[in-house]
Design a protein around this ligand. Structure first.
Ligand code: FAD
Length: 392
C-alpha cells in the first residue's frame, strides 16, 4: 500500500517507522527539521528542546518504549528512581511519605481516596479537583501532578482520565529519560524509515488532503493518508468534515535553567505543589551528562498557563525559580511559551479525537491520544490502534 503521512513529529515518524516495513511510505514535513515538539534545540552546548522535557512518561516499559522496540529502534531509556519527589514546607518527600504530613482525619480521607483510585471505584463524571478537594494538601499535590504531566489544573482533568492514567502507572511505572534526549528517539525513527526505503520530504507544507476513491495529499496519490497535524488543522485542509466536537488544547510555559550547583538529586520529577506557578522540574543531566556542557546541569521547569496574560505567568514562574534556587547560582537559558499552533497538547486529556476517520484517513499525534495516555504514551497508544486497523 502507498501511505502518505502529513507531519514528521513523533506521531508521523513513529507511524512511518511501524508501517514502512511492509508499505511504501512518504512523510511530508513543513519545517526544515524533523521531530516537531519532540526534538533537541542546541543552545550554548545545552540540549534544550522544541517542546518535551526529555521525559517518557512510562519510561522503558510503556507504550512508546514497546513501539520503539517493535521497530528495532536503538534507544536507551533510563527509568527514574524515584519517579518523583514533592517539595513541601522546604523539604522533599516521596509520595507515600505525604500521608504523614496531614492530621488524622485528613490522613483517613487521603488513604480512602488513594484506595478508591487504585480500585477504580470513583465517580468518573467528576473532575480530579472535585475528587481531591476535601484534603487541601491532596488538591495541591494533584494540581502539581496534572500541571506537570497534562498541563491542566486538577479541576480541568476528568476523573475518567485519571483512572486510566492510574491503571497505566500501576502497569508500567513512572518516567524515564532517553539517553541523548528527545532527538535520540527522532533520529532512530528517521533512520528506520529511510532504511525501509520510505521517503521524508522536508520543507513541504501540505495544503490539501482529499479523500475519494483514492487518498490525495496535494497532487500525490496514496491508498491511505495519516495526518500528524492537529485534528482541527487536518479538517481545515480536508474535503471531508469529521469533527463532532472540538478538542481543547493545553497551554504551558517551560523555563530552561543552567546551574553548576544542581537542584535535584534524582532523575525523576521534583513536584512543587507550593509554588505559585511552577508545577515541577527535572534535572535531566543526572541521567545523561551529555545534555549540558561539562560541569553544568540542565534543569527544566514546567507550568500550565493559568491565565491569558503570558508575561504575568512567566514573571510568576521566574519568582518561583528565584525562591527554589535561593542560595544557589543559576542562569536562565530560555523561556518558551506553548500555545496556539505549538501547544503542549493539541487535545488536552479527555478531549482527544478518535484516530480512525475512515478506511483512508487516520489521525495520529497529541490530538488523538489513547485514553489515559500521558503525552507521548498517548500518542503511541493511538498509533498502535491505527497500525492494527490498517494491518487487519
Ligand atoms: P508535533 O510534534 O507538533 O508534530 C507535527 C508536525 O507536523 C510538526 O513537525 C509540524 O511542523 C508538521 N506540520 C504541521 N502542519 C503541516 C503541514 N501542513 N504540512 C506538513 N507538515 C506540517 N511529552 C512527553 O511525553 N514528555 C515530556 O516530557 C513532555 N513535555 C512537554 C513539555 C512541553 C513544554 C511541551 C510543549 C510538550 C511536552 N510534551 C511532553 C508533549 C510532547 O512534546 C508532544 O505531545 C509531542 O511532541 C507531539 O507530537 P506530535 O507528533 O503529535 O505533534
Amino acid at each position: 500500500m502507498r501511505i502518505g503521512i502529513v507531519g514528521a513529529g513523533l506521531g508521523g515518524l513513529l507511524s512511518g517507522a511501524l508501517l514502512s516495513k511492509n508499505n511504501e511510505v512518504v512523510v511530508f514535513e513543513k519545517l526544515p527539521f524533523l521531530g516537531g515538539r519532540f526534538t533537541n534545540l542546541e543552545y550554548e552546548g545545552f540540549q534544550l528542546t522544541t517542546g518535551a522535557l526529555h521525559m517518557i512518561p512510562h519510561g522503558n516499559d510503556g507504550y512508546l518504549a514497546q513501539a520503539l522496540r517493535k521497530v528495532g529502534a536503538n534507544v536507551k531509556i533510563i527509568n527514574s528512581n524515584p519517579d518523583g519527589t514533592f517539595l513541601i514546607y522546604g523539604k522533599e518527600y516521596l509520595y507515600k511519605e505525604l500521608f504523614s504530613l496531614v492530621g488524622f482525619k485528613d490522613k483517613v480521607k487521603a488513604m480512602n481516596m488513594a484506595a478508591k483510585l487504585k480500585l477504580g471505584m470513583v465517580d468518573k463524571d467528576m473532575s480530579f479537583g472535585e475528587f481531591l478537594e476535601d484534603v487541601d494538601l491532596a488538591l495541591k499535590v494533584g494540581n502539581a501532578f496534572t500541571g506537570w504531566a497534562l498541563s491542566l489544573t486538577a479541576y480541568e482533568t476528568p476523573m475518567s482520565e485519571i483512572v486510566e492514567i492510574a491503571k497505566n502507572y500501576h502497569k508500567f511505572g513512572g518516567p524515564g529519560i532517553p539517553i541523548g534526549g528527545c532527538k535520540a528517539v527522532i533520529d532512530e525513527l528517521t533512520k528506520i524509515i529511510e532504511k525501509n526505503n520510505g521517503k521524508i520530504i522536508k520543507e513541504y507544507e501540505v495544503k490539501s488532503i482529499e479523500i475519494d476513491e483514492k487518498a490525495y495529499i496535494d497532487d500525490y496519490e496514496f491508498d491511505i493518508v495519516i495526518s500528524n497535524i492537529s485534528p482541527v488543522e487536518t479538517q481545515k485542509i480536508c474535503n471531508i468534515k469529521f469533527l463532532k466536537s472540538k478538542p481543547k488544547p493545553s497551554k504551558g510555559i517551560k523555563i530552561s535553567i543552567a546551574t553548576k550547583d544542581g537542584l535535584i538529586k534524582h532523575g525523576g520529577v521534583l513536584f512543587t505543589p507550593e509554588c505559585e506557578r511552577i508545577n515541577g522540574l527535572n534535572q535531566v543531566t543526572n541521567v545523561d551528562k551529555s545534555l549540558a556542557p561539562e560541569g553544568w546541569h540542565l534543569v527544566m521547569t514546567h507550568q500550565t498557563q493559568l491565565t491569558n496574560n503570558v508575561k504575568k505567568e512567566i514573571d510568576l514562574g521566574l519568582e518561583d525559580i528565584e525562591n527554589l534556587f535561593k542560595g544557589k547560582e543559576y542562569k536562565i537559558l530560555h523561556i518558551q511559551s506553548y500555545r496556539d499552533d505549538w501547544p503542549v497538547n493539541h487535545a488536552s486529556n479527555g478531549t482527544d479525537i478518535d484516530n480512525i476517520v475512515n478506511d483512508k484517513l487516520y489521525l495520529v499525534g497529541d490530538g488523538a491520544k489513547g485514553r489515559g495516555g500521558i503525552e507521548v504514551e498517548g500518542i503511541a497508544m493511538g498509533i498502535l490502534k491505527v497500525v492494527n486497523h490498517i494491518n487487519s
